[in-house]
Design a protein around this ligand. Structure first.
Ligand SMILES: C[S@@+](CC[C@H](N)C(=O)[O-])C[C@H]1O[C@@H](n2cnc3c(N)ncnc32)[C@H](O)[C@@H]1O
Length: 616
């Protein structure tokens, strides 16, 4: 139910042993996307030509028609601003449409005339509208649109190359030309601008260029940072989406809050225009209205990938892009103000925060609350004991760890822990694991190196803001509110270690079992096999679901003891994981000795790899 999916539970960082799960409200966005994308229907031949509004949609108009230059003043200069906050312009003094001062009456979408991209006005009857509403763009359709765009882009690029068109702007114009072709041939998905979530696009989804945002309907502007719609009879322009391209003084104070600089009046984007005060019009007015009418705004953030020298790469490891754009979900404008920028002109600023108290993407449905201890979820995970350390059976023969004698940090080739790891440290300087190994030997209590030694990467507890949330068909799942770089330690699978013969055959208990000693193929060679049971006690690791295309892998790690039969099971990121993407690992690897769990489980991981292996 909506109420169920309305909650996410935050895992306390479990370093302080006493951590427990605290419950807090969170957005429904992720679930909404999934639910909506379940009702897949065939794609219409000409989605660009048809309009598919839903009840949240209001009429669109091209932003270009409504004036306003994109952008603010350059980031570095604005960052130095000691600008004073001023009350926003008096609304009477700016170009606010008169009727926008009062809350508009609810608009029946069937009666709303829509202004299409060519300026034509159309009206649909309610039957057409209902049919259109059911039209849901699936994630596959979104992927296809992106792929088609890249094919067209390549075509245009090759054509230009053969004609020797090498002007300095050719890179940009190839993108623009490809985009125009996509639009005119109706190959973009979600072409109708809308407020709220976009069908087929998940939070955390990555895009390698601005044009991909246009093609998928996430952000209709290829250059401008703010995109917006205006209802013809409501006359309330509202923002649909913003892109923080890192070009202006937009600052991010946390994963959930951004201060966004308004558009207009700068030299960076409007090269020919002169520097002037920003106005409360265009995108700025739309953002102000989004605040007033509590409308969500899609937030897309650009990440620079050149810092670590990586960049997005395709399957052949060709470099595709120096940056990526990540859809970070729906944000709400909380406040805005105008201040004097460092170049002497007035600029608008907007604080947007990720909504944590609403359970509906348009903000209209209230959050259910049981009133006790701040919990907002009607449903909570079945009770269990949150523990931060694995508990071992009382075994006399648990082999003790043998420590190294290094001072401070282990680097030397003669460090005994380095030698145990095959002569190289398993971790890079930044603490990320270099590659999967059957078994990693970390420094332990008997080592003389300091606690900041790199070879203790998985001992410092959970570093990312992990939370559990209701998934579609899989019960609770885990996600991170922040980006997790490839190779980072995420969390340990904690529970009670049991010898395999004591593992209960009951399915419900089986759900939280994880076999130790696989991957490294150590347990059978060492006599006895063990399994971690996290049913009654465990940490957030017990909520991580299976995927046939996982983003975590389970690494065997020895540190506090050296008994190869029961290494710690540490989850590391096997890819870069964007914020709010569900964290998953492959049960087929870690449940080898309780394979019946997998046989009884209908997999809802939704990975392409999973669909492929299913019988048709
Ligand atoms: C370790 S628990 C994971 C947490 C669990 N979802 C919960 O709500 O507590 C494993 C169980 O989650 C469910 N599950 C995990 N991955 C799944 C998937 N890909 N498809 C369907 N169910 C899944 C199955 O019921 C499985 O037995």
């Amino acid at each position: 139910s909506d109420d169920l999916s309305a909650c996410a539970v935050l895992a306390g960082r479990d370093r302080d042993q006493s951590a427990s799960l605290s419950v807090r409200p969170a957005t429904l966005e992720l679930e909404d996307y999934r639910r909506r994308s379940l009702g897949k229907r065939p794609r219409v031949d000409n989605p660009g030509g048809s309009r598919k509004p839903d009840e949240r949609r209001v009429a669109r108009t091209d932003t270009a028609k409504n004036g306003g230059q994109g952008g603010g003043t350059s980031r570095s200069r604005l960052n130095r601003a000691g600008a004073s906050h001023t009350k926003p312009d008096d609304e009477d003094a700016v170009a606010v449409p008169r009727r926008s001062r009062t809350r508009p009456t609810e608009v029946n979408p069937a009666n709303v005339p829509y202004v299409d991209s060519r300026g034509g006005v159309a009206r649909r009857d309610s039957r057409t509208l209902a049919a259109e509403r059911e039209e849901v763009v699936s994630d596959q359709m979104v992927k296809e649109a992106v792929d088609t765009f890249h094919e067209i882009y390549e075509e245009v690029r090759r054509a230009r190359k053969s004609k020797h068109v090498f002007d300095k702007d050719s890179g940009i114009s190839v993108f623009s030309e490809a985009l125009e072709r996509m639009k005119s041939s109706g190959k973009c998905v979600n072409p109708e601008k809308s407020v709220g979530s976009v069908s087929g696009v998940e939070i955390g989804q990555e895009f390698c260029c601005r044009a991909e945002l246009v093609v998928t309907g996430l952000h209709g502007q290829n250059i401008r940072g703010i995109d917006w719609v205006v209802a013809v009879n409501g006359e309330v322009p509202c923002a649909t989406s913003i892109v923080d391209s890192g070009q202006y003084s937009n600052s991010v104070s946390s994963e959930d809050e951004v201060v966004y600089c308004g558009e207009g009046g700068n030299r960076v984007m409007g090269r020919r225009g002169c520097l002037e005060d920003q106005k409360l019009s265009g995108g700025n007015l739309a953002l102000r209205n989004s605040m007033r009418f509590q409308k969500p705004v899609r937030f897309i953030r650009r990440y620079d990938l050149t810092k670590n020298g990586s960049g997005l790469r395709d399957a052949n490891h060709e470099r595709l892009s120096k940056c990526k754009y990540v859809y970070e979900g729906l944000f709400y404008v909380r406040r805005y103000w105008i201040e004097r920028g460092p170049l002497g002109k007035m600029i608008y600023k907007f604080t947007l925060t990720r909504n944590l108290t609403r359970n509906n993407h348009d903000g209209s449905a209230p959050v259910s609350s049981n009133g006790s201890n701040g919990a907002v979820c009607k449903e909570r995970p079945s009770p269990f004991n949150y523990i931060a350390n694995i508990t071992y059976p009382e075994l006399k023969d648990l082999s003790p760890s043998i420590g190294c004698n290094c001072k401070e940090v282990c680097r030397s080739r003669i460090c005994s822990c380095v030698i145990k790891n095959g002569g190289t440290l398993p971790y890079k300087q930044d603490g990320r694991i270099s590659k999967f190994k059957p078994l990693v030997y970390e420094c332990g209590p008997s080592c003389t190196c300091s606690h900041s030694c790199i070879n203790r990467a998985s001992q410092s507890g959970i570093k990312f803001d992990l939370e559990i949330f209701q998934t579609q068909g899989k019960g609770w799942g885990v996600r991170s509110r922040s980006h997790i770089p490839l190779g980072s330690f995420v969390c340990e699978y904690i529970g009670k270690v049991l010898p395999d013969e004591l593992v209960s055959p009951e399915f419900n208990k089986h759900k939280y079992f994880l076999n130790i000693g696989v991957g490294g193929a150590t347990c059978k060679q060492n006599g006895k096999c063990f399994t971690i049971d996290a049913k009654a006690q465990g940490n957030i690791g017990r909520f991580i679901n299976h995927s046939c295309s996982p983003n975590l892998y389970a690494q065997n790690v020895l540190s506090d003891h050296h008994d190869k039969r029961m290494p710690h099971i540490m989850f590391f990121a096997s890819k870069d994981i964007p914020p709010l993407r569900e964290l998953t690992f492959d049960y087929r690897v870690s449940h080898v000795r309780c394979a019946d769990v997998l046989q009884r489980m209908k997999c809802y991981c939704n990975a392409i790899a999973c669909k492929e292996k299913r019988p048709k």
